[in-house]
Ligand binder design. Structure first.
Ligand SMILES: [Ca+2]
Length: 500
């Protein structure tokens, strides 16, 4: 029998018992004297009051209908009251009770087992679910933890990398700062230098401007001079015309005078035939050194003979400076003689030996070719400062060789460097341009000189007074003594035999 069937049966039995119990209850205390049946089940005890059968026996049909639910129960026997019937009832009751007990225990067991099973199953299911959830959670947690660890590691790596980079950056920043500082210092230095140079450039510019002004003024001066000279030339031409007209008259007068002189001479010779006067021989020397050696130790003008010739010239001899015996070939002291002369004039010489003069390139060439000569250049400025330049060897080339300059062995006090043009420089005059310049130095600087291009010296330039002390390109100059604007008051070029 199933659990459902057992339960149905149990309800029916309980219902029967209840009907029976209810009937007894309604009877009250009077039923205490009635026959009873007691059933003990566990801690509970059930007391059944058995009904009185005094004359009211239910028909068999009625009985059977009222107990229709218990069809499997034993059929009610024919009433054989009282004992037999009682016995039957008791048996039925006992059977019922046993059934009930069995049913109860079965139900209880079943219920217990099912409950336990259900509980167990439920618990198991729950536990499994929980375990599953827990394991999945654990795995998730582990996964998360692993990921977190990974992320942490990455973060740590990144952090360390960033720190290293930061460190490198700070190091490079320091380096850059140092470099920046150094560069800033250099820039400052350069700026200082730059400003210094700018100042210098400005100074030079100012100087140049000043010089330019000087040159412009000079140009104006020269232009006015030129116009004056043109005027003078015109006047001279006029004079010349008059003079040449006068010349013919003078020539006639001269002719008549010559006749008179001849007559007088013949008269004189007639008178002096008895006592002729001794002819005084004029002393002539090779050079001033020779005169000095012959005892003539006074400075002055002496007559010198051209080498290998009867021709003579007159020169000033300096018998005092540095042992004496110096033949002066150039002298200037007051600007009284014009030195802006032609090639021919420089060849033969001009001026006065007792004053300002140029001895003549021809004589100088001939003399310095005879033997070894030294050259001394004596200078004096407007403050009476004196200096000299000495060349141990000096020789002047021939006219065919343009009177080239040959000098060496420089010494002296007028500059640590020689102011003469380099050896081999040709002589130039206003009408003979032999310099190394595209220009014509002799015309620009004036005078005849050994112009290079145009060189640091020209002692035959224009004689300027002491002031103003501006740079004049055409003035007398000896650059390496005191610069281009230094004014010279007196100059002397003199030569002497090297073995004097
Ligand atoms: Ca030239």
């Amino acid at each position: 029998m199933g659990a459902g069937g057992a339960l149905l049966w149990l309800v029916g039995a309980a219902w029967a018992a209840m009907v029976l119990g209810l009937g007894s209850h309604l009877k009250g205390k009077e039923s205490l004297d009635r026959p009873q049946h007691q059933v003990q089940h566990g801690p509970c005890s059930y007391t059944f009051l058995l009904p009185e059968l005094g004359g009211c026996y239910p028909s068999t049909a009625e009985y059977q209908v009222s107990n229709s639910l218990q069809r499997d129960a034993p059929s009610v026997p024919e009433p054989k009251w009282p004992a037999k019937r009682l016995q039957q009832l008791e048996n039925i009751m006992e059977n019922n009770t046993q059934w009930l007990q069995k049913l109860e225990s079965y139900i209880q067991e079943n219920a217990k087992m099912e409950l336990a099973e259900i509980q167990f199953n439920t618990v198991q299911n729950h536990t499994a679910a929980i375990l599953e959830i827990g394991s999945s959670l654990l795995s998730q947690t582990a996964e998360q933890t692993r990921k977190l660890t990974d992320v942490e590691m990455q973060v740590l790596n990144q952090t360390s990398r960033l720190e290293i980079q930061l460190l490198e950056n700070s190091l490079s920043t320091n380096k850059l700062e140092k470099q920046l500082l150094l560069q800033t210092q250099e820039i400052n230095k350069l700026q200082e230098k730059n400003s210094f140079l700018e100042k210098k450039v400005l100074d030079v510019e100012a100087k140049h401007e000043e010089e330019l002004h000087g040159i412009k003024a000079e140009k104006l001066e020269m232009q006015s001079l030129l116009s004056k000279q043109t005027q003078l030339i015109w006047e001279l031409e006029q004079h010349l015309a008059i003079a040449s007209a006068n010349n013919t008259v003078l020539q006639r007068q001269q002719a008549s005078l010559m006749d008179t002189v001849h007559q007088l001479l013949s008269l004189v010779s007639q008178c002096n035939q008895i006592s002729p006067a001794p002819q005084e021989e004029q002393k002539v020397f090779r050079d001033c050194g020779a005169a000095y050696k012959l005892g003539l130790t006074a400075s002055g003008v002496y007559t010198l003979r051209f080498p290998n010739s009867t021709a003579t010239t007159r020169a000033f001899c300096d018998m005092e400076t540095s042992g004496g015996g110096w033949t002066v070939i150039q002298h200037r002291k007051d600007g009284s003689v014009d030195f802006h002369r032609t090639w021919k004039e420089y060849k033969h010489g001009f001026g006065s030996p007792s004053g300002e003069y140029w001895l003549g390139n021809d004589f100088i060439h001939r003399l310095t070719t005879q033997g070894s000569y030294s050259l001394r250049i004596q200078l004096r400025d407007w403050d009476s400062n004196e200096a000299y330049s000495l060349y141990g060897h000096f020789q002047l080339g021939s006219e065919e060789h343009l009177y080239r300059l040959h000098v060496r062995d420089y010494s002296g006090t007028a500059g640590r460097t020689s102011s003469l043009s380099p050896p081999g420089t040709a002589f130039s005059t206003k009408d003979a341009d032999n310099d190394r310049c595209g220009c014509k130095c002799a015309q620009m600087a004036t005078g005849g000189w050994w112009f290079d291009a145009c060189g640091p010296s020209n002692l035959n330039g224009i004689y300027y007074p002491a002031s103003p002390a501006t740079v004049r390109y055409n003035g007398m100059k000896w650059h390496y003594w005191k610069g281009p604007s230094h004014r010279l008051k007196a100059t002397t070029l003199m030569i002497r035999a090297a073995d004097f």
